[in-house]
Design a protein around this ligand. Structure first.
Ligand SMILES: [Zn+2]
Length: 467
């Protein structure tokens, strides 16, 4: 059992907050003992049912803290509790290629070959995938990201695809984070990409319905990089793997280059092509979506497509700002992602939530902090088909962050939930819990040394460059 003690505000979801200053009344002025029980209902000090359940995966864990019958207590005094953040679009491998010379401030047609050359020079294999994923997932957890969708696009000819996927999944599992591994494609041979997706599914999620393991820690999805890079055949064959296995489909659309190449190659815009290719549906999430027209937004809403906003990538790449307020107004579910280290050198989703809020008025009406926070939690999780993640409602997966807002950076803040985004840029959570298990305590990974993970990646890259 886990007890989170003395939080003064708990965000259950976009519409429900408990504690000081909320309409739940003066007896909730100080919310104590939010309890994550062993599956049964429990109550907090105000007599409400508990918000969340302990994840089944916890039963298998053997570390002393978790197996002990005595409750684990996290001090949350001076803190706000929120659902864990869900990074709906990342490329974990690119964590090894941040600030690569020749990739900043350049057009996409220069960026792509520069990145590809570096991938070839370093060599993409399970060892690199593992070291990059350890760094990327650890960075995410330390920043409050409890689930990350890793859109892996780099599968060199002859690569050990299953090994790469397995190494990435193992890294996330060791750290205790949830992973949605997306078998991507970027100009891959269509049949090879589909066969590889099938092989990865057999290896990683053989029995999991909808490509999700029984403990909920690993999910598999498929996703071509976009109509600019992959053919109708790739979309069709990966879509077949998805429908046969119940996997979610994810792709990228309407970065500048995507629109330009689609027009040049097909004389059509990406959304039109995706519609024709059967990729506008309620199991599909589209990342980026800069430069979408009103008619396209209406079509996305009609088809039930979900979206991922990634301003921390779109802005530095010069792609523009997705019209998020218009997407939301049309009824499109919008999540938030960082994209990868090749374009956004950080995986800090809350920082990008702040950026999303700051840039929104440039392309439409402003968007409230709470709305953006719900994009970074529930919006992202719905796009993954995971309604149990992203909120702290009864039955949720017990992923949460405890944010200390008692320091000087939050002093004078009138609305502590809005302040989570507006104040203290780059803040990290004090504690992070995934599936009821504490994975970050007092700003540190519980079972790993972040500096050792960083050093391991640095050493590996240095040895490959020297070879
Ligand atoms: Zn991306």
């Amino acid at each position: 059992m886990l007890i989170i003690r003395d939080a003064f505000r708990t965000v259950i979801d976009a519409g429900t907050e408990l504690g000081e200053g909320t309409p739940t009344g003066p007896r909730d002025l100080r919310l104590t003992d939010v309890v994550l029980p062993d599956g049964d209902a429990a109550t907090d000090s105000a007599g409400r049912r508990d918000a969340v359940r302990r994840d089944a995966a916890d039963d298998e864990r053997t570390d002393d803290e978790q197996s002990d019958d005595a409750p684990t207590t996290l001090d949350a005094s001076g803190c706000i509790v929120t659902p864990g953040l869900v990074n709906a679009h990342h490329h974990l491998l690119q964590s090894a290629f941040r600030t690569l010379p020749g990739t900043r401030g350049v057009a996409m047609h220069e960026w792509l070959p520069r990145m590809a050359a570096e991938y070839a020079a370093i060599g993409i294999d399970p060892e690199l995938a593992r070291a990059s994923a350890l760094v990327g997932v650890a960075e995410g957890l330390l920043d409050g990201v409890t689930t990350v969708a890793d859109h892996h696009l780099t599968w060199p000819a002859g690569s050990d695809d299953v090994g790469i996927a397995r190494a990435t999944a193992a890294a996330a599992r060791e750290l205790g984070g949830r992973l949605a591994f997306v078998r991507g494609s970027a100009r891959d041979d269509p049949e090879q990409a589909a066969a590889s997706a099938d092989a990865i599914a057999d290896a990683l999620v053989p029995d999991g319905p909808n490509g999700i393991t029984a403990d909920g820690l690993l999910q598999l999805a498929v996703g071509p990089a976009g109509v600019h890079s992959d053919s109708a055949e790739t979309f069709r064959l990966l879509g077949e793997v998805a429908s046969r296995r119940g996997l979610r489909r994810r792709t990228q659309a309407n970065e500048q280059v995507d629109v330009a190449i689609a027009l040049e190659k097909y004389g059509r815009r990406p959304i039109e092509l995706l519609d024709e290719w059967g990729w506008l549906a309620d199991d599909v999430t589209l990342a980026h979506l800069c430069a979408v027209t009103d008619a396209e937004i209406a079509l996305l809403a009609e088809r039930g497509v979900t979206a991922t906003h990634a301003p921390g990538c779109d802005l530095p790449m010069g792609w523009g700002i997705a019209p998020v307020a218009a997407l939301l107004a049309a009824g499109v579910v919008v999540g938030l992602g960082t994209s990868g280290g090749g374009s956004n050198d950080a995986g800090h989703l809350l920082a990008d939530a702040r950026l999303a809020m700051q840039v929104a008025p440039l392309v439409g009406p402003p968007i409230e902090a709470r709305r953006i926070l719900s994009m970074a939690t529930e919006g992202s999780s719905l796009g993954l088909g995971r309604p149990e993640l992203g909120t702290l409602r009864p039955g949720s997966g017990a992923d949460l962050c405890v944010w200390d807002v008692s320091g000087v950076a939050d002093a004078g803040v009138a609305d502590p939930v809005a302040g989570l985004l507006w104040a203290s840029p780059g803040r990290r959570p004090k504690h992070v819990v995934v599936g009821g298990r504490v994975v970050v305590r007092d700003y540190r990974l519980v079972d790993h040394d972040e500096h050792a993970l960083a050093a391991d990646l640095t050493t590996l890259l240095a040895s490959r460059r020297a070879a």
